[in-house]
Design a protein around this ligand. Structure first.
Ligand SMILES: C[S@@+](CC[C@H](N)C(=O)[O-])C[C@H]1O[C@@H](n2cnc3c(N)ncnc32)[C@H](O)[C@@H]1O
Length: 382
């Protein structure tokens, strides 16, 4: 069972925006292509983005990139959906995962049988637990403390294999020690996945779920296991391979999941042209990424068009459009207001805030401090 609750502290999470001013939504063609072959602005340090199997270099002026089709934003009219802010979606862990402790720029997490130490820049406070508990972890990621930095795993107790079995929301999958500190799942997402599972199970029809930037497929497997027809899109062949491994591990091969290795923007543009619709769309884009043919994804440039297209491919009886944004410098208001503008005239509500994980101690049941993991904004029809 997911241990999470919603709270609305009535307090703003203000933040300096790293975003550029909003794009024109008048319906006029944008002055510059929304998702284009044009190289992005020069980046001072062409650092890798988060690793999901393949190293991806941030684009700079010299980087060639394949052209993706594009279209202007649609002029939206009508009222904006009602707003619910701030919404803090908190989890105290779920299934085989909980956050044990955090502090001194690190976090100590339980993933099934393993205790794992990873960098966590936001943990400015001192740890609660004794140093020997931290030192005794099964795996410690050391290296660049930057979010996207390279590093390596150290196994102080005994050498561990690359993968190990885990379970969340009744779905089996593999934890994995990857080169960029990630472990094959982002457990803070569980609050969205639990919400989605409820929607799918409560619907009296097979829902169509689209999972964009789907990574190792845990959300896709949760949706399919609940009865949805799932389309999973990710640019990384390796990540799709891991997702299929997860599907096989859980003996879920017969469930209706389309695994698509493609640039997310290209895919939804095609779906729009074909008139295909989805009842629930999850999109969890990185700040920066590349499609399999070098298509450049830049969240601050391309998110308005992505949401615009997502709205067009929502079915008339859609149940939600869920956006998560991590590792960006922005307030949740930035994606909240974009979502409300995009969903003008659609009715319903837009709720936005942060996904946070609360420390749960060694026993997984002792609430401690809260770590913020990402911003989110979701449109729901009611
Ligand atoms: C943070 S992960 C998503 C995590 C996922 N929502 C989860 O919780 O399991 C970001 C994913 O985006 C993929 N990606 C990056 N650029 C992409 C693009 N242009 N099109 C499609 N997928 C892309 C990466 O391969 C990676 O798997």
């Amino acid at each position: 069972m997911v241990k999470h609750r919603e709270s609305r502290p009535g307090q703003k999470t203000a933040g300096g925006l790293g975003a550029k001013p909003r794009r024109d939504i008048s319906g006029k063609p944008p002055a510059k292509p929304a998702h284009a072959s044009r190289p992005a602005k020069p980046s001072r340090d062409a650092k890798p983005s988060r690793d999901y199997g393949e190293r991806v270099a941030e684009p700079h002026t010299a980087a060639p990139a394949a052209a993706a089709p594009e279209r202007p934003l649609i002029a939206r009219t009508g009222e904006r959906p009602v707003e619910r802010v701030p919404v803090i979606l908190e989890s105290l862990g779920a299934g085989d995962f909980h956050l044990i402790d955090s502090g001194n720029g690190l976090k100590l997490e339980q993933y099934g049988p393993y205790r794992i130490v990873r960098p966590e820049a936001q943990a400015l406070w001192p740890p609660s637990l004794a140093a020997h508990i931290w030192d005794n972890a099964d795996a410690i990621f050391t290296g660049d403390t930057d979010e996207d930095g390279m590093g390596r795993w150290r196994f102080p107790r005994e050498a561990l294999g690359e993968t190990w079995p885990l379970q969340l929301l009744g779905v089996d999958f593999l934890g994995r020690f990857t080169a960029f500190r990630h472990v094959g799942v982002f457990p803070e997402q569980i609050v969205h996945w639990a919400w989605m599972k409820e929607q799918v199970e409560a619907a009296k029809r097979p829902l169509k779920v689209l999972n964009l930037f789907g990574y190792t497929g845990v959300a896709s497997l949760v949706a399919a296991a609940a009865g949805a027809e799932v389309t999973h899109v990710d640019a990384s062949k390796k990540a799709i391979g891991w997702a299929r491994e997860n599907q096989a591990l859980g003996r879920m091969e017969k469930l209706p999941i389309r695994w698509i290795c493609e640039d997310a923007m290209k895919f939804i543009l095609r779906e729009e042209r074909r008139g295909n619709k989805y009842d629930i769309i999850l999109t969890d884009p990185p700040k920066f990424g590349r499609g399999p043919n070098g298509e450049v994804w830049h969240l601050f440039e391309h998110l308005p068009l992505m949401l615009d297209i997502c709205r067009e491919i929502l079915s008339p009886k859609a149940l939600g459009l869920v956006l998560t944004a991590y590792s960006i410098r922005a307030s949740f208001y930035s994606i909240h207001e974009l979502m409300r503008e995009t969903m003008r005239g659609a009715g319903g509500a837009v709720e936005s805030g942060e996904l946070v994980i609360r420390e749960a101690g060694l026993d997984g049941r002792t609430p401690g401090r809260v770590l913020s993991t990402s911003l989110f904004s979701r449109w729901v029809p009611k």
